[in-house]
Design a protein around this ligand. Structure first.
Ligand code: SF4
Ligand code: FES
Length: 245
């Protein structure tokens, strides 16, 4: 930790809404303080030096997923990244690739998440008609609940999408976040969909067979979700469906 340093932030600036604006890198200097995160630094830069700087945040605690950006070449959460982890006093900030740019460091992850939710039908398809509100909530097996909880921890930050070479090459690839969410519903005994139904959604190059196992998703996910374990599980399930056809 090098307190007392003056940090230089090289920040990508571009406002697609401004006619004639061009992408550029702009440098800002800021004195480092104890416990400073990149998120704290960005807030100070916006309050003290440049009120036009665009970036997103909600929770400041690694929960909402809004503050994801590329920090010194790695996609991650700004509110969980201490400036002290960088021995070099120069920090470069870029927006997450693979998403629509809103401006500067702000990208539209919500649009992508909504699109895959609709495309992959990422909601519970209950057995029966599932509409009787007078039926008492059914208890769930604690082990199953724990397995579901593990996958429910995704904060939809988009880091796994930006870290994925397949997604950067094939725009229609659903990304690790899409596959993790399918795995979550495949595990859920309340969901009426069969493996065959899931195969028709992700049993292709845009889904589970498109992943090149480069591990960018698992290496960078701020919630440490078990991407490769789940993708391998889905692949085995989908392959078994092919064999039984
Ligand atoms: S799986 Fe991890 S990296 Fe991907 S969106 Fe969810 S929390 Fe972010
Ligand atoms: S501000 Fe919510 S995850 Fe960083």
């Amino acid at each position: 930790m090098s307190q007392g340093r003056t940090l230089t932030f090289n920040i990508f600036r571009f406002d697609p809404q401004q006619p004639g604006d061009k992408p550029k890198m702009v440098s800002y200097q800021l004195d480092e303080t104890p416990g400073m995160t990149v998120f704290i630094a960005l807030n100070r830069l916006r309050e003290e030096q440049d009120s036009s700087l665009q970036f997103d945040f909600v929770c400041r605690a690694g929960i909402c997923g809004s503050c994801a950006m590329v920090i010194n070449g790695m996609p991650t959460l700004a509110c969980r990244t201490l400036t002290s982890k960088f021995s070099d006093a120069t920090i470069t900030l870029m927006p997450l690739p693979g998403f629509e740019l809103i401006g500067d460091l702000s990208v539209n992850t919500g649009k992508f998440m909504r699109e895959i939710a609709e495309r992959l039908k990422l909601w519970l398809h209950p057995r029966g008609d599932g509409q009787d509100i007078h039926v008492l909530e059914a208890p769930m097996d604690p082990e199953e609940a724990a397995r579901l909880y593990e996958l429910e921890r995704c904060v939809e930050c988009g880091v796994c999408v930006s870290a994925c070479a397949t997604k950067q090459m094939r725009e229609t690839f659903v990304g690790a976040v899409g596959l993790m969410k399918i795995a979550r519903f495949e595990l859920d005994s309340r969901d009426a969909r069969s493996v065959d139904d899931f195969y028709h959604v992700i049993g292709n190059q845009d889904g589970v067979f498109g992943c090149m196992t480069l591990l960018g998703c698992q290496d960078n996910c701020p919630k440490d979700l078990p991407h490769m374990q789940q993708i391998a599980y889905l692949r085995r399930k989908m392959s078994a469906t092919l064999v039984s056809c």
